[in-house]
Design a protein around this ligand. Structure first.
Ligand SMILES: Cc1cc2nc3c(=O)[nH]c(=O)nc-3n(C[C@H](O)[C@H](O)[C@H](O)COP(=O)(O)O)c2cc1C
Length: 178
């Protein structure tokens, strides 16, 4: 069984990115399990806690460690990745020498109601993961613009968008399973 750890970078209940993430998760083929890593309850990272057992940190580090690949689906906040995404990247990168990111397959998707699809956030997430040694999926890139227009009742309804996401999902799951 191929294990995918899913990080949704939005904490919003009405999240566009959660709808996109759920669509991609629903494309998982037989033999691939997608499990969300909850990030909303994580205390802000400080290295002062490295010597202690913080249950919420232990939980997400173990989940990410066990995963064959990580999928991050995130909005852009003020031309950058959301603080909650940076927090989980930092938490999982420490204690020093115990980073879960080294060699970890990771893919990044962003979605925004705006015209640029959250590209700054997506590129920044990739930039942060690469020096940690993560094996970041280069292509296909997904920076989904006008994403709200593709949704109906909290689901991806636009056929063209669905096809585009399905192509990404097929590539991602095949790569994760290798
Ligand atoms: C604090 C804040 C900053 C934002 N900055 C950006 C931005 O830089 N670029 C962008 O495309 N959208 C920006 N937005 C709009 C978000 O794309 C929009 O709120 C979107 O719904 C967020 O995704 P979500 O629904 O998955 O939470 C911002 C939203 C918030 C709340």
């Amino acid at each position: 069984m191929t294990q995918i750890a899913l990080i949704v970078g939005s904490l919003s209940k009405q999240s566009i990115n959660r709808a996109v993430a759920e669509h991609i998760a629903a494309q998982a083929p037989a033999g691939v399990a997608v499990e969300e890593v909850q990030i909303g309850d994580l205390p802000l990272y400080t290295q002062d806690l490295d010597a202690e057992s913080v249950p919420a940190y232990d939980r997400v580090r173990a989940q990410l460690k066990a995963a064959d690949a990580v999928l991050i689906v995130s909005p852009e906040h003020n031309r950058a990745m959301p603080a909650a995404v940076k927090n989980i990247i930092d938490i999982a990168s420490r204690p020093f020498g115990q980073s879960v990111w080294a060699g970890k397959k990771a893919a990044v998707v962003t979605a925004s109601p705006g015209g640029y699809g959250g590209i700054n956030s997506g590129l920044q997430i990739r930039q942060s993961l690469q020096p940690l040694g993560a094996d970041v999926l280069i292509a296909p890139e997904v920076f989904l613009s006008r994403a709200n227009a593709a949704l109906e009742n909290g689901k991806v309804a636009d056929e063209r968008t669905a096809q585009f996401l399905n192509q990404f999902a097929a590539t991602f799951y095949a790569w994760a399973a290798q």
